[in-house]
Write a protein that binds this ligand. Structure first.
Ligand code: ZN
Length: 86
């Protein structure tokens, strides 16, 4: 389902979790939050678009592909990444 190209991530304006941001073929920014269902959406040329875009941390375009790690990463211990999700 190609609804847009991912350009980066932003923190949700509602719950502050990181959500991926897409740019639709029409140039709109689209970032539905998978955590709280808050829908970030903005049309280019609007102030809302500027506000939204200012919060986007763009993916690096020339990032080298992640090198495969030779040593397997240890399994993440039960951290407190999402302290409220217990
Ligand atoms: Zn959210």
């Amino acid at each position: 389902m190609a609804t847009g190209e991912r350009i980066g991530v932003m923190n949700c304006w509602s719950c502050n979790k990181e959500v991926p941001v897409k740019k639709t073929p029409g140039g709109n920014l689209s970032a539905p939050c998978t955590w709280c269902d808050f829908m970030h959406y903005a049309k280019p040329g609007t102030q809302h678009f500027k506000n939204l875009h200012a919060d986007v941390r763009l993916d690096p375009n020339d990032a080298p592909p992640p090198a495969p790690d030779k040593t397997p990463a240890p399994p993440a211990k039960s951290g407190v990444k999402y302290p409220h999700m217990r």
